[in-house]
Design a protein around this ligand. Structure first.
Ligand code: S3P
Length: 169
């Protein structure tokens, strides 16, 4: 028998507002919230940048998959904010689709660039931030399309995004 989809997983490119929306959505739904990046940092005892820098992206991705699998396995219903690259592995997409209602957040490149520029701790965006965002957005053009619900957050407030998700559940 298929396992019920108890969680809400937020996916989307860096800077689309997953972390902010996850906290507001969890407050609205009166449930717990877990940020996979924060969970990796807690488990590994190192920052995302340190893990990328000392152990490489492949090890970061392995830690990401392990954290995601454990969180999806939680009996308690959760809002799960994933990292922008968590969707790249088919195994992760399968985990999310089986265990959660998957919501993709999108935003215009200009807004993404403005948001990520305020938080420089993103290893994949070091150097030419604008150029890297455009390149990765192109590479990942369809990476978030598998979601049950897709929301363009560009012109919406956080509360409006939460309203849309709640309506879609
Ligand atoms: C990544 C996104 C980041 C973080 C890591 C890699 C990606 O998370 O997991 O830097 O590959 O898109 P956010 O989307 O929360 O910034």
């Amino acid at each position: 028998m298929e396992k019920p989809r108890q969680h809400v997983a937020l996916i989307g490119f860096m800077g689309t507002g997953k972390s902010t929306v996850s906290k507001e959505l969890a407050a609205r739904l009166n449930c717990g919230v877990i940020d996979i990046d924060a969970e990796i940092v807690r488990r590994e005892g190192a920052s995302i940048a340190d893990i990328f820098g000392t152990r490489g992206e492949a090890e970061f991705r392995a830690a990401e998959t392990a954290a995601l699998a454990d969180v999806i396995d939680c009996a308690e219903a959760l809002v799960i904010a994933t990292g922008g690259g968590a969707v790249l592995a088919e195994h992760n997409r399968k985990l999310m689709l089986e265990g959660s209602f998957v919501v993709a957040l999108k935003a215009d490149p200009e807004q993404i660039i403005a948001r990520v520029s305020q938080d420089p701790d993103r290893p994949l965006l070091q150097g030419d931030v604008e150029g890297r965002v455009h390149k990765l957005l192109e590479d990942r053009k369809h990476a978030y399309d598998f979601a049950h619900l897709v929301i363009d957050t560009t012109k919406l407030t956080v509360q409006e995004v939460v309203d849309s998700i709640e309506r879609g559940l």
